[in-house]
Design a protein. Structure first.
Length: 203
């Protein structure tokens, strides 16, 4: 069987983007996804919340797991390496599209490459975080007020379909049905938050 695992961590990212990337790869290689696991949640959450435990329970020998990039699997190098080791020991092949890696337990070179790429990815995140903190500290020292102004609502992926969302909900459709059957992106919880924050159903 062929599995795909998709995770996004914020409502400004879209599951659909990763789904499209995986589908393009499958189309080019005459593959069909049998089971797709997708979740909108931070990588800081535990493996059960991120559906990693669910994924591991379903994988069996000779299966293939497709992900768009290493960072979808875990937050840091150790977590990614441990997870891939567990998957490989089950006899499953892991395909990571952006890094163009096809990893099998019998290929030590690819496993070494995974370690290096994960370390660089983690290092890059640390550098970005450090630079952001330094920039914010500099602005604060200059007296610049940080944070968004009170009452300002950030942009959302749902903005482009706002009128359609209002119409569907007023027709009595559930948030889950709006997301799954009509929008094709987002989640029930993020759509509910979007509607509540903007008080859309009260207008």
């Amino acid at each position: 069987m062929i599995f795909s695992y998709i995770r996004v961590s914020t409502d400004t990212q879209t599951i659909q983007h990763q789904k499209d990337e995986i589908q393009r790869y499958c189309d080019l290689n005459n593959l069909t996804i049998d089971t797709n696991i997708e979740i909108e949640i931070s990588s800081r959450k535990d493996t059960r919340a991120r559906k990693i435990d669910e994924l591991l329970e379903q994988l069996n020998k000779n299966d293939i797991l497709i992900v768009t990039e290493l960072s979808r699997l875990g937050r840091n190098t150790g977590e990614v390496i441990n997870l891939i080791d567990m998957i490989l020991k089950k006899g499953v092949e892991v395909r990571i599209l952006k890094q163009n890696l096809f990893i099998k337990e019998s290929d030590p070179m690819n496993k070494m490459m995974i370690t290096m790429l994960s370390m660089f990815s983690e290092f890059e995140r640390d550098i970005i975080s450090q630079r952001t903190k330094e920039a914010l500290k500099g602005l604060k020292e200059k007296g610049v007020k940080l944070g968004k102004p009170t009452g300002v609502i950030q942009k959302s992926i749902f903005d482009k379909d706002k009128e359609r969302i209002i119409e569907l909900l007023n027709l009595g459709l559930s948030y889950k049905k709006v997301v799954d059957k009509h929008l094709g992106y987002g989640s029930q919880s993020t759509l509910y938050t979007y509607v509540q924050k903007r008080n859309l159903l009260a207008s």
